[in-house]
Design a protein around this ligand. Structure first.
Ligand code: SAM
Length: 330
């Protein structure tokens, strides 16, 4: 079978797999302030089989996410197993993980030793009080900062720091994050707020757009755009003096669906072909019913043909996704 691609000819090379939808933070743009419902998670052996089958079909990049993936006991062993897999060209996978960073101070070295290449840490303010207001966790800031530094020291590199900007919460953090990127030597990536939160706070006015971010940052130092790979979600910029890089992920104001190379597996084993899908596809159900690897491949192939052409955020016909971000895996 040729490597996986969808009916629009987009190669599918990138998998995001959620290993839990449980999280120890309650970020305002993602979760409700209470514990909320859980879809649950699966044994690591089941995730490993799904990834193995998908890697045999053309997946090259695997990102582990959640919920908060570092809460899952056994995650280091899981990464060690994933690091043994080889893609269709015989290369090791590009293995990365997205985390809120809270547990990174003690886990960065074991994760690196297990074969993880890179981490992305979510951090939505460089001001501790603002950070607490957004995450609704009183004492997280110091852990996350220590986690970023521990990951750097461990060689989890290049290190990206994701900041979701939401008007009324943290748009004044743009310039401080520019300084942070330069001082800490990390790539700070601003993400436009998408309507995927549990509290349904999104409106077009809450989105701080790419154009606004670039303009605001220029009041500190001008940015120069640098080339990026076609399937990369972030537009990349460096400062005019060459020190420091920032990225802007702008799915709302500058959608990049035409280059989307991703599919997702939720913590309960469902395939999602788009963040904004209104349904998901029960891969784990087929495994539970005894499907062979070849049968799983056939099923995945059919599911990928249903991948949506694009999202409809902000359009009159927009229908909210059937799951919120914490239950999808960002
Ligand atoms: N717990 C991990 C973390 O904090 O990075 C991984 C899961 S989190 C759902 C993955 C990413 O999704 C984070 O960078 C988070 O900021 C982003 N995210 C969550 N809700 C979002 C939203 N409504 N719009 C844009 N990004 C969002």
């Amino acid at each position: 079978m040729p490597p996986l691609s969808d009916k629009f000819g987009r190669p599918i090379t990138d998998l995001r797999i959620s290993i839990t939808d449980h999280c120890n933070y309650k970020c305002v743009y993602c979760r409700t302030g209470n514990e909320g419902a859980l879809y649950g998670d699966l044994p690591f052996a089941d995730y490993l089989r799904m990834v193995r089958v998908l890697v045999g079909m053309g997946i090259q990049k695997v990102r582990i996410t959640g919920g908060e993936p570092l809460l899952r006991k056994g995650v280091v062993e899981f990464i060690r197993e994933l690091a043994q897999l080889r893609d269709l060209e015989g290369e090791a996978l590009d293995l990365a993980l997205t985390t809120n960073g809270h547990l990174l101070p003690e886990m960065a070295v074991p994760l690196k030793q297990a074969g993880l290449r890179r981490v992305t840490v979510s951090m939505d303010a460089v001001d501790p009080d603002r950070f607490a207001r957004i995450t609704r966790v009183a004492s997280g800031f110091d852990n996350v900062l220590a986690g970023i530094r521990a990951a750097r020291r461990a060689g989890l590199w290049p290190l990206k720091v994701n900041c979701v900007l939401m008007r009324g919460f943290n748009e004044d953090q743009i310039i401080p994050f520019g300084m942070f990127a330069r001082e800490e030597g990390v790539v700070v990536r601003f993400i436009e707020f998408m309507p995927l939160e549990e509290d349904r706070l999104w409106s077009p006015q809450t989105v701080v757009t790419l154009d606004e971010i670039v303009k605001r940052m220029a009041e500190y130092r001008p940015l120069v755009e640098i080339p990026r790979e076609r399937s990369e979600t972030a537009r990349r910029f460096r400062f005019d003096d060459g020190v420091g890089e920032i990225g802007i992920i702008a799915p709302v104001s500058h959608p990049f669906c035409g280059h989307c190379s991703r599919i997702r597996i939720t913590s309960d084993g469902k395939i999602r072909t788009c963040l904004f899908s209104v349904w998901d596809h029960d891969l784990h159900g087929r495994m539970r019913n005894g499907a062979s690897d070849a049968e799983l491949e056939d099923y995945i192939h059919g599911v990928v043909q249903k991948k949506e052409e694009r999202h409809h955020i902000g359009e009159p016909d927009f229908v909210p996704a059937s799951r919120t971000m914490v239950h999808i895996g960002g």
